[in-house]
Design a protein around this ligand. Structure first.
Ligand SMILES: Nc1nc2c(c(=O)[nH]1)N[C@H]1C(S)=C(S)[C@@H](COP(=O)(O)O)O[C@H]1N2
Ligand SMILES: [Mo]
Length: 425
């Protein structure tokens, strides 16, 4: 404890938002004016009792680890599509996680026809179409190429779609915004493989097809494949999980989840989009005038407060860390602002380093909650200058008839009781 600061001097926006300097420069233990950031209980100076787990050796090592049994409630929310075998989603419980990396066991899932059981020794990737020579690759042959490793998010176009319904869904943060995750992906740059095959001039599109029963396929601009795309083989240091595309998937940083074809088996170079089922019957954005946008790829600038959020009630007035995630499919996050008064005033949040392109950035904001009603919101701005829209402005522009690409601001209402609910502000 070196210096105390009067919180009155540190307030940066309405309803008790404090300057991010608190996190950046101080020990943050003492805010001043009698306000403590710490939730520890003062105790009399007496020795701690010896707990049972200190009285005998614990269990042995394990070959593959698993979380503490006390964390058994940290699970994906699994939902099916009625009457469609193998189709459904599972959501990452972001309100129970911290940092920016999603553990593989909690990465969200979206399958159109279940998870295929692929023997990697029997799986091949074919590159063909308008190329000088068609090529096939196995996992082993791909592993002989130079690799790239990047920390990047994956977000389904349908993420946060529930917030476009007429009434705000009263569900935990992860159930509303959990169709997104962030991993360290390692794989082979597509540009290397396409150069080897030799793309014939005038062919600017590539059909990507998966080896699941849906043979899910999408048309990808060649430019994106030559830019920062990879055939991902590893996820957070270990081989891809079956549900995330084992043994190989297409990874297109910043592009809507659906484009990231799992269980990738074929890339066909063509001269126009192939108008597959998945880019025509859905993954299109119906506008107010009834027309629809198709082939809308990048996931635009967005953020969400993960704590506090529905189900994470505040326990008494005092200083809290408001924290959440910000990301943009178009680059790095430049700034995140937080409001505690429903968007009337905003203060700048601290960003955890490193701030990476097309990746999750964790933001934090100190908030002195007076114990009265408050509405918390976050607004992200990316390096292109794009600003996350309000729900109202998103709807004016895009309408409510579709539920894709909703990057609008999430608002959480905090009641005097400390309970948090989802509101449209
Ligand atoms: N082959 C195949 N690829 C697929 C899908 C699929 O069902 N089959 N689902 C897509 C959708 S809609 C999304 S959002 C992402 C989800 O990836 P994940 O399950 O690894 O999170 O994969 C995409 N790639
Ligand atoms: Mo998706």
């Amino acid at each position: 404890m070196t210096k105390t600061t009067n919180p009155a001097h540190e307030v940066v926006a309405g309803n008790g938002l404090l300057h991010r300097r608190l996190f950046l420069t101080q020990g943050a233990a003492v805010v001043g004016g009698g306000l403590s950031l710490l939730a520890a209980q003062p105790v009399d100076a007496e020795p701690l009792a010896v707990p049972p787990w200190m009285k005998a050796p614990g269990t042995h090592m394990s070959a593959y680890g698993s979380p503490s049994k006390y964390e058994a409630a940290t699970q994906r929310f699994v939902g099916g599509t009625p009457n469609v075998v193998g189709s459904g989603v599972s959501f990452t419980p972001h309100h129970k996680l911290h940092g920016t990396i999603t553990p593989n066991s909690l990465h969200f899932e979206r399958h159109h026809s279940g998870v295929p059981d692929i023997d990697p020794a029997a799986h091949k990737l074919l590159i063909h179409g308008a190329v000088r020579r068609s090529l096939t690759f196995t996992v082993d042959s791909l592993l002989r190429y130079p690799t790239v490793t990047r920390i990047q998010f994956l977000e389904c176009a349908g993420n946060s779609g529930g917030n476009l319904s007429p009434m705000p869904p009263q569900a935990p943060c992860g159930m509303i915004h959990g169709l997104m995750s962030c991993s360290e992906w390692t794989g082979v740059p597509l540009a290397l493989l396409l150069e080897e095959a030799g793309v014939e001039k005038g062919n600017e599109w590539v059909l990507a097809e998966g080896a699941d029963a849906a043979a899910m396929s999408r048309s990808v601009p060649l430019k994106k494949l030559m830019d920062d795309a990879m055939i991902a083989l590893y996820q957070n240091g270990e081989r891809l999980r079956p549900e995330n595309g084992y043994p190989m998937r297409l990874f297109l940083p910043g592009y809507e989840g659906n484009m990231n074809v799992k269980w990738l088996r074929r890339l066909k170079v063509v001269n126009a989009p192939t108008m597959t089922r998945d880019e025509t019957s859905h993954y299109t954005d119906v506008l107010l005038n009834g027309k629809a946008l198709i082939l809308t790829y990048p996931m635009e600038v967005k953020s969400v407060i993960t704590s506090p959020s529905t189900g994470l009630a505040l326990k008494g007035a005092g200083v809290y860390e408001v924290t959440g995630l910000a990301w943009s499919g178009l680059g790095k996050i430049r700034r995140v602002e937080v409001s505690a008064d429903g968007g009337k005033t905003w203060g700048q949040a601290a960003l955890n380093e490193p701030v990476l392109s097309k990746s999750f950035t964790r933001f934090r904001m100190a908030w002195h909650w007076s114990g009265g009603p408050a509405t918390l919101m976050s607004r992200a701005i990316d390096e292109t200058g794009a600003v996350q829209p309000t729900r109202a402005s998103f709807i004016v522009e895009r309408g409510e008839r579709q539920n894709y690409h909703n990057n609008s601001i999430q608002a959480w209402a905090v009641a005097a009781s400390g309970e948090v609910s989802n509101v449209y502000a």
